[in-house]
Design a protein. Structure first.
Length: 527
């Protein structure tokens, strides 16, 4: 940005660098969702950089592989077309400064991959699953594990150790020189197909060549005078909006930081989230799918429907089961960041491999793992997210944006699988209801319905994780209401609650915060 770049330029450069320093979370082999606020037009646009399943993928193929009704985490059949590279290019073309080229934006990441970068403590911990994957894939081992001089064996890099990835630098140079075609066609695309097919997958070159980034209107909700914007289906963004709207019908008249963690407040937030999860699991799907394309997730925000759902929440008793509602139908490891530029434009962006290192499949010589987003397909026949060739699965990625009277108010996000809508709900209540600043809103103790990975069983009675900092009396009170409580969740287990970033505009001053649960910091680039 010091060289005249826009928020879009900075976002692409940041995404590329994160693929070097946190390859378990993100990279070229994953997906990208973003929300972009254009200051000149006061418009929020959603970017859906998520790919479809291979044209030859069928439910029968997957069922032949599954174990005990579950896909293997590193199944080659779980690899959908990566959407990140095309999204990076398209974001730069649409909103970039035009003074900086794609090679300019990717150069810092390429240099770091070639010269090496020290690994942080949090990133090092994220490497833990690597040893298991390495035993299944020698290319993964040689790419992501360091040869130990003392033992002669490969291991995950430790905090402070230098990690190089020349294969990834090679991939990024192809993208920089050829644009999207450098990834979706030619030698890199052929290596992707070969890596998948040799392990039993069915992706073809035509699947990669057919991919395009989608630009769409955001789905929005007005809450306490602020317009909250999320990415539409197949993102789970509407879950945060629905939970927020339900909470709006249940919230106390006054709320502050002290009362925010009281059991009766947490109870209503939790129940709002459970009802939202129950609905999105039944209605959120790829809008291009038949016959489910008529199920518009925006209908979940209908006022009368929301009121009927809020009426299900009891003051001091947890629902045994949160089931999806009925209404007339019209004819899911991740990194997140926000950027605001000097022109007033803003972007909230998430990049993800889904689970740590995704599928663990690395195209030979190219230095990145392919993601495993197909795990979000349902194995149940007739389900809105059942496996169908050439369709996109339910997606956990959901960047957030907020405007007030058309002007920019906030860019935000909380990464972490199915924790994301729960994180959005909680930080928005902290910001808007309690008046917290961005850093306090992020650091405030959280709850998580379920495990964070894998949908919370359509809202059924599930474990409620309570972070250290929520009082024992409040946890006991929630248990007495019928919630299954795990408390306190602390140390490395706090990663369950996600990692967030927030930038807000208040009194013509930008305020920013970065989640203490992970790496990252708020910073200013002087221009």
């Amino acid at each position: 940005m010091a060289r005249g770049g826009t928020a879009a330029d900075a976002a692409v450069a940041m995404a590329a660098v994160l693929g070097v320093v946190e390859p378990h979370s993100t990279g070229l082999g994953g997906d990208v969702f973003a929300l972009y606020y254009d200051a000149a037009g006061q418009q929020v646009t959603a970017v859906l950089g998520n790919g479809a399943s291979p044209a030859q993928l069928t439910r029968e193929l997957v069922l032949n592989e599954v174990n005990a009704g579950q896909w293997a985490d590193h199944s080659p059949l779980a690899v959908t077309v990566p959407g990140a590279p095309a999204a990076w290019v398209d974001i730069m073309v649409r909103w970039g400064s035009q003074t900086l080229t794609l090679p300019d934006l990717l150069e810092p990441a390429i240099r770091m991959a070639e010269d090496g970068v020290p690994i942080s403590k949090v990133a090092s911990n994220g490497w833990v699953p690597a040893s298991k994957i390495a035993s299944m894939d020698p290319e993964f081992s040689s790419t992501f594990l360091i040869l130990d001089d003392e033992t002669g064996e490969r291991r995950a890099p430790r905090e402070g150790e230098l990690f190089t990835n020349r294969g990834l630098a090679r991939s990024m140079r192809l993208l920089a020189s050829r644009g999207s075609s450098g990834f979706y066609d030619g030698p890199l695309a052929e290596a992707i197909v070969e890596a998948i097919q040799t392990r039993g997958g069915v992706m073809e070159l035509d699947d990669l060549r057919a991919h395009t980034t989608e630009f769409a209107d955001a789905v929005s909700l007005r809450y306490q005078g602020v317009d909250i914007h999320e990415v539409p289906s197949p993102s789970q963004g509407v879950a945060a909006l629905q939970a927020l709207a339900l909470w709006d019908r249940l919230r106390p008249e006054k709320l502050d930081a002290e009362s925010r963690l009281q059991a009766h407040v947490l109870h209503k937030l939790i129940e709002s989230m459970r009802l939202a999860f129950a609905d999105v699991s039944a209605f959120v799907t790829d809008p291009r799918r038949k016959p489910f394309c008529d199920r518009k997730s925006e209908q979940l925000l209908c006022s009368s429907y929301l009121s009927s759902r809020a009426a299900l929440v009891k003051d001091s008793e947890a629902m045994a089961v949160a089931t999806c509602g009925e209404f007339s139908l019209a004819t899911s490891d991740t990194v997140q960041f926000c950027v605001v530029d000097k022109y007033g434009n803003a972007i909230s962006m998430l990049n993800s491999n889904f689970k740590a290192f995704g599928s663990g499949i690395v195209p030979v010589g190219y230095g990145f793992p392919l993601h495993s987003r197909g795990l979000n397909f349902s194995l149940a026949p007739g389900h809105p997210n059942a496996i169908v060739p050439g369709t996109r699965p339910y997606h956990t990625l959901m960047p957030g944006m907020a405007t007030r009277d058309g002007g920019f108010f906030a860019a935000f996000g909380v990464m972490g699988g199915f924790m994301q809508p729960q994180g959005h709900l909680q930080v928005l209540v902290n910001l808007i209801d309690c008046g917290m600043d961005p850093q306090m809103a992020l650091d405030f103790p959280r709850f998580c319905v379920g495990t964070g990975y894998g949908p919370p069983d359509a809202g059924n009675s599930v474990l409620i994780n309570l972070e250290d900092g929520i009082g024992h009396e409040e946890a006991s009170a929630l248990a007495q209401m019928g919630h299954q409580v795990r408390h306190p969740v602390r140390s490395w287990d706090r990663s369950l609650f996600g990692r967030g970033q927030i930038v807000i505009l208040k009194d013509n001053i930008l305020w920013a915060g970065s989640d203490g649960r992970g790496d990252g910091m708020a910073g200013v680039v002087h221009m």
